[in-house]
Write a protein that binds this ligand. Structure first.
Ligand code: S3P
Length: 209
């Protein structure tokens, strides 16, 4: 199982869905599973029950979903999943964790009209994203086995980069359903995947915010 962590708006669901499609693996979004269970949008749940109650449910869902650690599954987590040490431990021990790192400014450009994320319904969402980055970037880094900068590359390129990283780590066969051979070059050519990897910020050891 591969899990994706990172701030809201960094593309966890979009990249995760495409990665799963390329691998022929299942895709699950922990927030969607949670919303199905509570029968309401997360924003409404936050308003009625508060953040702590939401985090309890989130912890239970992550515990349950990551128990299938060996399954060919791509799991997108909510941006705050790394806040609890128990989640970090489970994600790291049971799954291959990929941190999709985006800068607060980049996220703000994508999320400035968002009405669904409870933490961003504030007067100054950019300041909030900066604060979340300061607080969480070290936690995402701590839990992640690999980090990918989402800056300039397209979704397809990000997926290629992740697949090459998984390939180099010898993890591809564990993610493809039995009997299905998947190569990092996937539907595209190895040359184009490698060419796109020339993007310098990719997999940088310590990028600035
Ligand atoms: C949250 C991010 C959301 C969702 C909830 C809390 C956060 O998920 O879990 O609104 O604390 O950053 P996304 O990262 O998918 O937006």
């Amino acid at each position: 199982m591969v899990s994706l962590v990172g701030l809201p708006g960094g593309g966890k669901s979009t990249v995760g869905r495409q990665l799963a499609r390329r691998l022929g693996a299942r895709f699950l979004d922990a927030d969607t599973v949670l919303e199905e269970r509570i029968g309401m949008p997360i924003r409404a749940y936050f308003e009625q029950h508060g953040e702590a109650a939401f985090r309890d449910l989130e912890e239970a869902v992550i515990d349950e979903l990551t128990r299938e650690g060996a399954a060919p599954l791509i799991l997108a987590t909510g941006g705050g999943a790394v806040l609890r040490p128990a989640n970090r431990e489970r994600l790291k021990a049971r799954t291959t964790v990929i941190y999709l790192r985006s800068s607060p400014d980049e996220l703000y450009r994508r999320l400035r009209h968002d009405t669904q994320r409870p933490l961003l319904q504030v007067a100054d969402p950019l300041a909030k994203l900066r604060e979340l980055y300061e607080q969480r970037h070290p936690l995402y880094d701590e839990v992640a086995h690999y980090r990918v900068d989402t800056g300039r590359p397209s979704v397809a390129t990000l997926v290629n980069m992740i697949m090459m990283q998984l390939d180099m780590a010898g993890l591809m066969s564990a993610l493809a359903p039995a009997g299905q051979a998947v190569s990092a070059a996937g539907g595209g050519s190895a040359a184009s995947a490698a060419g796109e990897l020339a993007t310098p910020a990719a997999f940088s050891p310590d990028p600035a915010p």
